[in-house]
Design a protein around this ligand. Sequence first.
Ligand code: NOJ
Ligand code: CA
Length: 672
Amino acid sequence: MKTIVYTLAVLLIILGQYGCRSNEAGNKVTSPDQQLTIALELNDGKPFYYVTFKQDTVIYPSQLGFTFKDLPALTGDFTILSTKIAEHQLSWEQPWGENKTVQNHYQELVVCLQETSEHKRFMNLYFRAYNDGVAFRYELPEQNSLSDFVIMDELTQFDVSGNPDTWWIWADYNTYEKLYQKTSMEEASWVATPVTMKGENNVHISIHEAALTDYAGMTLKQKEKGIYEAELVPWANGDKVRGSVPMKTPWRTIQISDNAAGLVQSNLIVNLNEPSRIDDTSWIKPMKYIGIWWGMHLGTETWYPGPRHGATTENALAHIDFAAAKQIEGLVIEGWNDGWENWGAKDAFDHVTPARDFDLEKVAAYAQEKGVKLIGHHETGGDIESYEKYMEAAYKMCHDLGIHAVKTGYAGGIYPRGEHHHGQFMVRHYRKVVELAAKYEIMLDVHEPIKPTGIRRTWPNMMTREGVRGMEWNAWSDGNPPSHTVIIPFTRGLAGPTDYTPGTFDLLFANAGKREKWNADDISMTRTHTTLARQLANFVILYSPLQMASDLPKNYEGHPAFQFIADYEADCDESRVLNGEIGQYITLARRSGEEWFLGSATNEEARTLTVKLDFLAPGTSYLAQVYTDADDAHWKTNPQAYVIEEDEVTSETVLILKLAAGGGQAIRFVRK
Ligand code: NOJ
Ligand code: CA
């Protein structure tokens, strides 16, 4: 079956002229709704772009260009050879996603530039204006005056208007597992993307990148206050990007809306990626999963064999039984293979040999018999040299065992030493993994990944990834405050699916048993920092097509609130963001077939939200199964208190959602 079905005819209005030969169609493009503009201007031959939204300038003229190793910089002295403008409108279908049908409507400006200096090099710039944001990218086309090059600096700037409130994490070349801060932009001096801001007139913007396929990851640094400049993650020797013509950079993206919910509703990042390269996507299916996992993070089990080994054959069979009985489609088993004793060392992991007390064939056969999908686990410890030797055999083995999903992990410094998780070296590796996995019909859940940039459109087996300070931090550190998961949808979540792994029921770890500290953090004060109902809401809020119910089966067994997880469908058709303020609250509704699931969450403050159910089919009665905080619930003092209620509702109903401090509410709507 073809993965991309164009449901609307392609409307292509050529207003300018093709090629780099003739002349000017203008220097700016405007979004279809006329609200957003992105434009180019040359000042003394130097290219600058700027962005306006409604009456406001969002980005003041900001420079573009590159410096190279052993070559003159490409910064100016340009002349415009030609410009062309075209409008594109189509909609496309994806095999899974927040919205299965995606509208893709934009105006594009292509500007062909040539240096007037002796070098006479060519550079093309692409600008796009959508209703939900703008984007631009560079192209270094085929030419005689440039062939191979090493970019030492991308000079792209974002001269952001004013000094907006900014939600950000520190730039780090190896991890995104950090808590967000909210400061003024000027204090957010060096950040990872997406970075999200709210300025005057409620202008919300989020800067990120799309289609990062063979380039370095971009961080943003203020070398001058108020102006972010691209700071690319280097190779071990300091090179930033190695390439040759023709080359297109990733898109530099700015999602823009006059409300926070509008940012979350945006499809800009996927729209800027290439259509699917996988023709038959019938093997790619969203699912919920559980794991032999949380016990290791709590310190009650180990990844390596011994008296506390989690991944024993017996334990795996019991988990399969639990999943089969409880409408959970998938199971990840960490610690199934050889090498965990040496995690961190060179050549530690063997990705094809099971641990001595784990009978892989028996477990795989039993899973198939019970209709449970195993998710393989490949922790690489960051040892790329070793993993690349195993990869093909390991994926083939999974395929032969009927395993169609693998969770990978890169917890550790990269081998070869000196390379970074977010540099071009690793971008190439992650890409190799996605393509090879597709060959063996394997879906991916990548931990310690490069940030999502929408390549899931091109490779829909790239299901989900971490790249966030997820649930595991609650097990062994000071954890994630209640506000964390009402910041993520407006920041990291704008980039793509997040394998946060919600679903702790034993919030205080009272039922954990004897725990042993296994890393440098202090386990004595650990807990999960929300109410129980909020854990359910997080299933809806934190979108992931592979959605984990992360607690131990013993904490779900017989628990009335588990019914929401059993009923929850990971395969979503459409999503509506009903309200939201960054770091304060958010309410989302997602449709799966004829059912809707609603999740609403708040930060440390209790609040009451009003939502219209006008997303439900008109003229139809629904049963609302409501999982809500009890009146006396509080994330800190009474997290476990929840209530389950049932109600009859229609699309005319207005619901009042009462959320406790650090709390939430989850609702399933089923047609009556
Ligand atoms: C870090 C991952 O995020 C986590 O999910 C996993 O359990 C450990 N690495 C071990 O692979
Ligand atoms: Ca991690």
